[in-house]
Design a protein around this ligand. Structure first.
Ligand SMILES: Cc1cc2nc3c(=O)[nH]c(=O)nc-3n(C[C@H](O)[C@H](O)[C@H](O)COP(=O)(O)O)c2cc1C
Length: 177
């Protein structure tokens, strides 16, 4: 069974998650192809798809959202899983008690749930290294509101156990008779 994994990643954290999911699918005997969403293949040539994006300012990155929109028909006709990589830090909730995975769910996902009927959408904690940020992201990072990294904690918060187990559920579901 052939699975396309398409991702959008600005600094590599989401790419790492996509590659890790592919590795788990391969261990489970599936054929997984990982491609940046900007130049990803037509999902019609695959049995299933996993699509992920980093979240910036409450949105998926354009290449991932465009990939979904331009391939909506093919995606709606096969099993699809979505993931987002976003929240930073070690806390599940913010100071106001909001669950970060829910609060930071990218705005596109509600619509994609309707159009694609994905089997699941999962928000994973991401990673950020301020030394790598581009000009505009660095400006935001340096805003007074982010004093002491209040908004954007720095580090790698990807939870590989959680990612592996999610990928394993995808594999089991695809291999189920
Ligand atoms: C300027 C800036 C804005 C961000 N906005 C969000 C956001 O709205 N929601 C979120 O969950 N994460 C946000 N993040 C965190 C990133 O999504 C996270 O670092 C992600 O894992 C980066 O993935 P990438 O390396 O693949 O680009 C933001 C990070 C930066 C630097």
């Amino acid at each position: 069974m052939r699975v396309l994994i398409a991702y959008a990643s600005r600094y590599g954290a989401t790419q790492g998650i996509a590659e890790r999911i592919a590795a788990t699918l391969r261990q489970q005997g599936l054929e997984a192809t990982v491609q940046p969403a900007r130049q990803a293949a037509d999902p019609a040539g695959y049995d299933a798809a996993v699509i992920g994006s980093a979240a910036y300012y409450f949105h998926w990155m354009k290449p991932a959202a465009s990939f979904v929109r331009r391939n909506a028909r093919a995606l709606a006709n096969r099993p699809v899983w979505l993931f987002s990589s976003g929240p930073l830090g070690t806390k599940d909730k913010d100071d106001q008690g909001r669950d970060l995975r829910e609060f930071l769910e990218p705005k596109e996902i509600a619509k994609f749930r309707e159009t694609l009927k994905p089997r699941d959408h999962r928000v994973f904690f991401g990673a950020m290294d301020s030394a790598k940020l581009g000009f505009l992201h660095r400006l935001v990072y340096k805003l007074p509101a982010n004093r002491d990294n209040a908004l954007f904690p720095q580090g790698d918060f990807r939870n590989w156990t959680e990612i592996d187990s999610w990928a394993a559920t995808i594999a089991h579901s695809l291999k189920a008779p």
